[in-house]
Ligand binder design. Structure first.
Ligand SMILES: [Zn+2]
Length: 326
């Protein structure tokens, strides 16, 4: 298996004839060349065209067999064109173009033949028998079973006749619309991104419409996969699930929800107005601005430190914040 890989790589400097030059374009107006495969962008239409062309070099005009029904001829060049989905990647177009060139070369009379490609990634992938790309593995098998076919890299825009001709033809074809599309499996990064976005959207909807955790929803309205690095005391304060009489009384862990100072023992009471915690006070908000107050406290490191210390004090001196049972 390795010999084929070496064969592909070692054919770098050999003068190939006859040769097959692979080229594709992906847009229309302005020309943005991408190594051997040419990339053009269509700005005036919403959809980008991704066309793949395979052709023999000019000097190899004796190759005239198209080989398959979807190949067509343009003067003496057999040409194959298609369009891929916008979701497909440039690499997928490159590797598909190489596959088409190899498949075409297989149909030609057996003779020493080199496919010239000006893209390293597609060559390296096709030379790897364990490639994760199914098209690359298909190319490898074809090359392995047809040792007379070689793949070699050439520099783009270096004056190679076939490559330059491919450029010219690519620009021509890029102006043509309504090319038939070739369905190709979507790339993994696209699927991962798509699923992550879907999951986050579903999660966001559930978070927005939920009945619980509304205090935290007020502070963190947008779901994220990034953890919020709150300390335990900060969590106790912002959730309200801490040593607060208002919370403990809900579970019959305290006889009353009042603080020993007379106010209702809520988190904001201790952080702003309680007479027993004046060292940890922050400016009290008005009733309607309480949600904004919680958000600003959560987003301010100095305020969070004060909250952390307040909770430490509350936990240490719990008995002082309970009303005298007598
Ligand atoms: Zn109090």
């Amino acid at each position: 298996m390795r010999c084929t890989s070496n064969r592909i790589r070692s054919s770098y400097n050999r003068a190939p004839c006859p040769s097959v030059v692979v080229n594709y374009s992906r847009d229309k107006e302005h020309v943005h060349y991408l190594s051997i495969f040419k990339l053009l962008h269509v700005l005036r239409t919403l959809s980008e065209l991704l066309k793949i062309r395979t052709e023999t070099q000019l000097q190899c005009s004796r190759i005239t067999s198209s080989g398959s029904s979807d190949w067509r001829f343009r003067s003496h060049f057999p040409v194959w064109s298609t369009r891929l989905s916008l979701r497909n990647t440039v690499f997928q177009a490159e590797i598909l173009a190489l596959l088409k060139a190899v498949e075409h070369a297989v149909t030609l009379p057996t003779q020493q033949l080199t496919i010239l490609v000006d893209n390293h990634a597609s060559i390296n992938s096709a030379a790897n028998p364990k490639s994760h790309n199914s098209i690359a593995r298909k190319i490898f098998k074809l090359l392995h079973s047809h040792p007379h076919i070689r793949v070699s890299w050439i520099k783009a825009h270096a004056g190679y006749i076939g490559n330059e001709e491919a450029d010219r033809l690519t620009k021509e074809v890029a102006k043509t619309e309504n090319f038939p599309e070739t369905p190709l499996e979507l790339p993994k990064p696209f699927i991962k991104t798509f699923l992550r976005q879907k999951m986050l959207a579903t999660w966001q909807m559930a978070w927005d419409d939920g009945d619980t955790g509304r205090l935290i929803h007020n502070i963190i309205p947008k779901v994220s996969l990034q953890p919020i690095n709150w300390t335990r005391n900060e969590i106790l304060f912002f959730t309200g699930h801490g040593p607060f009489p208002s919370f403990l009384q809900r579970f019959n862990l305290a006889k009353t929800s009042f603080c020993s100072c007379g106010g209702i023992g809520t988190p904001i009471h201790y952080a702003t107005v309680c007479l027993l915690t004046t060292s940890y006070h922050m400016a009290p908000p008005s009733q309607q601005h309480q949600p904004v107050w919680f958000r600003s406290v959560a987003n301010n490191s100095a305020s969070r430190r004060k909250i952390h210390n307040l909770l430490q004090f509350l936990q240490k001196e719990t008995s002082h914040f309970r009303p005298d049972p007598n």
